[in-house]
Design a protein around this ligand. Structure first.
Ligand SMILES: Nc1ncnc2c1ncn2[C@@H]1O[C@H](COP(=O)(O)OP(=O)(O)OP(=O)(O)O)[C@@H](O)[C@H]1O
Ligand SMILES: [Mg+2]
Length: 113
């Protein structure tokens, strides 16, 4: 199992969610965050309102998936978020050790989706 974390431009969220749904990926956590990449927020101001400390508004997606969904998830996020301009975002792929569905006590691959 993998835990996929992506930081994208807020105005790409709808497109990314559409692409994920096309690939049958529906379970997701979305958070409004502040961040900065390697331009330290400087050359990207035209795309986003600048907050304190060169931070820009971004959206973070977190998706836990079984192995067969890793590539479809990455593809969907990339296709939905890419414009070719700086600040399109980044995807982090983490190993996921365990998932528990609290209501049933199910664990692992069964509990993930
Ligand atoms: N190494 C990192 N650690 C933590 N968060 C990061 C890291 N790199 C990027 N991010 C997050 O991702 C957001 C988007 O990054 P961004 O797309 O600007 O990456 P970049 O490496 O600067 O690439 P680009 O040159 O395309 O802008 C950042 O605002 C930040 O929130
Ligand atoms: Mg950047």
């Amino acid at each position: 199992m993998k835990y996929i974390v992506a930081v994208i431009q807020p105005d790409r969220l709808e497109e990314v969610l559409d692409r994920l749904e096309e690939k049958d990926i529906h379970l997701v956590t979305v958070t409004n965050v502040l961040g900065r990449g390697r331009q330290k927020g400087i050359s990207e101001i035209y795309r986003s309102h600048k907050e304190v400390g060169s931070l820009l508004r971004k959206v973070k997606l977190e998706i836990a998936v079984n192995e067969e969904y890793v590539k479809p998830t990455i593809d969907a996020i990339t296709e939905g978020a890419r414009t070719g301009r700086i600040g399109d975002g980044k995807i982090f792929v983490l190993d996921l050790k365990e998932v528990m569905r609290i209501r049933t006590g199910e664990a692992g691959a069964v509990a993930i989706g």
